[in-house]
Design a protein around this ligand. Structure first.
Ligand code: ADP
Length: 829
């Protein structure tokens, strides 16, 4: 079946697809057309990775738009949204407009009303529904990519409820769900009232096998000799063998899946010994250039490790990398410049990076709940294996698991090679999931009574799957009680019926996309602090950070607490000692000794508060951390808001300390501690810092909104939240807030300008250009952009000479990096 023979698509699309190389539809695509996907029929397509699911979605969306409708494409990961948008933009020449919605949860997204096709994550769609985005009602087609992720305990329930809401809002909605091959695709189709296309077909043959001894034993009974030299490891032998086996003049690349970030990094380092010697001079030159680009992304050790592996043709890929790192690696791998990528399973999910050979090196992963190493799901391993084989480039794809003894080989065949993927199971009937969705369901008017709620929840996969109807009702009742107790929902008697209605604050919480428990935690903390503030009695001492006001002799003297990790880095991270007086909140937890304002809400206190909420993934406490953070806790206890657990409540106390560790990371960031030092101190990657900072910024923004909406939190507290948020947003101390707010001025440039005497946005408009240029290390384009963004009338740097003393002052005041580590978080927007 040729694309140009399809009716119902915008004129020219069929021909354009053929020009792209889609001369004939793949069999599952043809089956989808037969099932009515271009005629508005709902469909579940459960077919293997790389078998052309996206085109099925495109056919559905394009035909929907051609009929005058509007389509939504739901992606599982934020990182995939822009990739998909770019992919769909090739249809703009046929009059189909595309938009992506990724930003903050609470932005209103009204401009999307003008787009024909919208790409968004399920969280974003959920938020848009809660905020009443008007175009939601206009949708005629929704695509859910990787719908098998409804099985995911963390994010699955949101996808499940979002699909239920969309279908409830638009009863005629065409729902197209794309799934990996799972054990129960028919159940998903049943839930979505959709036709089912299920197939094992792949455009390129996949051979799965297990390497043991000196050969790969494939599922079709064939063997490929891959001897392992003495002292060599299996992975290295397999990667080398793929590179030495030429097809169309080139060796094959490999993708190695391992179970942790650290393993990905060390495996890549080791494999440079395999890839490096096989590179051509030209490849070496191009890789050196790429390594330079990677180093420019950030000035961390991870960045450096990645760049040096890439110089030798190998790379690692995991969620701790910055997204710029990830896309540079993915592109170079697709261009066959990088020969091997060692990845954690995140890469298997959705990123289109095919390789000749996939090596699943680790098939077990540490799982705390399981109490040890747990085998990966079949579905996960199959998705990794599905990345093997590049159509048109490789004769077939090879996916290889590794065994060091015959028993393990047999086990791997049984467990993964011959096995079918597990069935997908809804994770909705759990309190954390329902807490947020029940409030949103009531707040957005989908239900106004207990019965209405249960009826709405009946549209979920959970209801399709469960035999135990009582369970969902029981959890729902418990959750409604929680929401009532915390003031998010009111129960009202209306005649004989008990009605549920969201309170004002309940509406706000739902719109802000907060877990109600997060909202309750921050409100409790803030109210508690404010009550203490107002109260001039005993309790005030608990928050009085002023030296000498602590009433408890056991407390360390305030105003002198030094950071445990002060390492004498020339003003870095030890702002506590600065004397800036003036009665202002100094942002570092110190208040003036002689003011009578008493209690003070500090950034650390607020960071700790938001880090305690279920919306923040806390850092783990590693061995030895407990002592470190206990010590910090006792020193800074007075700054922390809300009721502290006792040390004997083991789990809660650990949680409290883990939040403190996370809060300290944020505090370091907001005190201009170097990124590299932070990755070392907290044992995280630059991407993790970015993630924590983004989440904290969002939570603090939400906290600010909540705090201004409720009784019991005063204006000073709201201001404290705003300042803590801005400092984390820009990654700077208080005195740089104004400068760092200018576009193109990140935390480092702001510090350099400040040290050179340019202290504010207004100064930028007036300052000697030579000074600005000197502080910005003589980079004219940058200096011009900065001046322009600060509103300077004539930003041109033509003929301006860099002021040496400014440049020297800037160097003394900064951490001495080479200046282009600017792609740090402060510049991330
Ligand atoms: P999936 O979403 O199933 O993992 P994709 O939709 O990304 O797979 O498709 C994998 C590749 O196959 C893409 O590069 C796509 O352009 C190509 N492709 C899809 N359908 C066809 C077809 N009918 N003919 C040729 N190539 C196709």
């Amino acid at each position: 079946m040729q694309p140009s023979s399809l009716s119902g698509l915008p004129a020219g699309v069929g021909e354009a697809l053929e020009a792209e190389g889609v001369t004939d539809l793949y069999p599952p695509q043809e089956a989808a057309v037969d099932a009515g996907v271009v005629d508005g029929e709902s469909l579940v397509a459960a077919v293997p990775t790389a078998s052309g699911k996206t085109l099925i979605a495109e056919l559905a969306m394009l035909s929907a738009v051609e009929r005058g409708g509007k389509a939504l494409y739901i992606v599982p990961l934020r990182a995939l949204a822009s990739e998909k948008k770019t992919e769909f933009e090739r249809f703009e020449e046929f009059g189909v407009t595309v938009g992506v919605s990724t930003g903050n949860y609470d932005s209103d997204g009204e401009w999307l009303a003008t787009r024909d096709v919208i790409v968004a994550t399920s969280e974003k769609v959920d938020s848009l529904v809660r905020n009443g985005a008007p175009w939601i009602d206009d949708l005629t087609c929704v695509v859910s990519d990787e719908v098998h992720l409804v099985d995911d305990a963390g994010r699955g329930p949101t996808l499940e409820v979002t699909l239920a809401k969309l279908r409830r809002l638009n009863p005629g909605l065409q729902t197209v769900a794309l799934s990996a091959t799972v054990g129960n695709a028919a159940t998903i189709a049943d839930w979505l009232d959709a036709e089912l296309v299920e197939s094992d077909w792949r455009p390129i043959d996949l051979r799965m096998g297990v390497h043991y001894g000196s050969a790969i034993n494939f599922d079709d009974g064939s063997q490929t000799e891959v001897p392992v030299g003495s002292g060599e490891d299996q992975t290295a032998a397999l990667v080398g063998d793929a590179l030495d086996t030429e097809e169309d003049g080139q060796g094959g690349s490999s993708l190695v899946f391992v179970n942790s970030r650290r393993n990905a990094e060390s495996a890549a380092r080791k494999l440079t010994g395999v890839t490096g010697p096989r590179l051509t001079t030209d490849e070496r030159d191009r890789l050196r250039e790429l390594a330079g680009d990677l180093r420019d992304v950030s000035d961390t050790e991870t960045s450096e490790d990645l760049a040096s592996a890439v110089e030798a043709g190998a790379a690692f890929h995991h969620a701790g990398l910055a997204s710029e790192h990830r896309s540079l690696v993915e592109d170079a791998f697709r261009d066959r410049l990088i020969k091997v990528v060692c990845a954690t399973p995140t890469l298997a999910a959705g990123v289109n990076t095919p390789a000749r050979r996939v090596i699943v090196r680790d098939w077990r992963r540490y799982d705390g709940d399981f109490g040890g190493m747990k085998p990966l799901d079949v579905l996960e391993v199959h998705q990794m294996c599905g990345r093997a084989g590049r159509p048109g480039l490789d004769p077939y794809g090879e996916a290889v698991l590794l065994a060091t003894d015959a028993d393990t080989m047999d086990e791997l065949f049984d467990r993964y090679v011959w096995a079918d993927a597990e069935p997908v199971r809804s994770k909705l009937a759990a309190e954390p999931a329902l807490r947020t969705h029940v409030l949103a369901t009531v707040a957005s008017g989908f239900a106004a009574t207990r019965e209405g709620l249960l009826e709405f929840l009946d549209n979920t996969l959970y209801a399709t799957q469960t035999d135990d109807e009582g369970r969902l009702a029981a959890v729902t009742d418990a959750v409604v009680d929680y929401l009532v107790v915390n003031g998010f929902i009111d129960r009202e008697r209306d005649g004989g019926v008990e009605r549920l209605a969201a309170t004002g604050i309940g509406h706000t919480v739902s719109r802000l996309y907060l877990d109600p428990m997060s909202a309750a935690t921050v409100l409790d903390g803030l109210r508690d602090a404010c009550a203490t503030t107002d109260d001039t009695g005993d309790a005030a001492g608990a928050y009085a950070l002023s030296a000498g006001t602590a009433e408890d002799d056991e407390e360390p003297a305030f105003g002198t607490y030094s950071r445990v990790d002060d390492e004498g880095e020339g003003g870095e991270g030890d702002g506590d000692n600065e004397e800036d007086g003036g009665g202002e909140r100094d942002g570092d937890g110190r208040s003036d000794a002689d003011t009578d304002s008493g209690p003070e809400i500090t950034p650390l206190g607020l960071y700790h508060l938001v880090c305690r909420t279920p919306d923040m993934y806390q850092l783990y406490l590693k061995s030895g951390d407990r002592e470190t953070y206990e010590e910090i806790y006792y020193e800074r206890e007075a700054e922390l808001l809300g009721d502290a657990p006792s040390e004997y409540e083991d789990v809660r106390f650990e949680d409290w300390l883990a939040a403190l560790k996370t809060a300290r990371l944020l505090e370091d960031w907001a005190s201009e501690v170097d990124e590299d030092r932070m990755t070392e101190r907290y044992g995280v990657g630059p991407g993790d810092i970015r993630g924590k900072v983004d989440t904290a910024e969002w939570l603090l923004r939400a906290t600010e909104t909540l705090a201004s909406d409720v009784d019991g939190v005063d204006g000073d507290a709201v201001l404290a939240v705003r300042e803590a948020r801005k400092r984390v947003e820009y990654g700077v101390r208080e005195e740089l807030l104004d400068l760092a707010g200018v576009r193109n001025v990140g935390r480092k440039r702001a510090r350099r300008l400040y040290e050179a005497g340019v202290e504010s946005r207004a100064d930028l408009r007036e300052a000697e250009k030579g000074v600005v240029l000197g502080a910005l290390r003589g980079r004219e384009r940058t200096a011009e952009r900065v001046l322009e963004n600060a509103g300077r009338e004539d930003p041109s740097m033509e003929g301006v000479r860099s002021d040496r003393s400014a440049s020297a002052a800037a160097t003394a005041g900064s951490d001495g990096d080479d200046g282009e580590g600017q792609a740090s978080l402060g510049d991330f927007q």
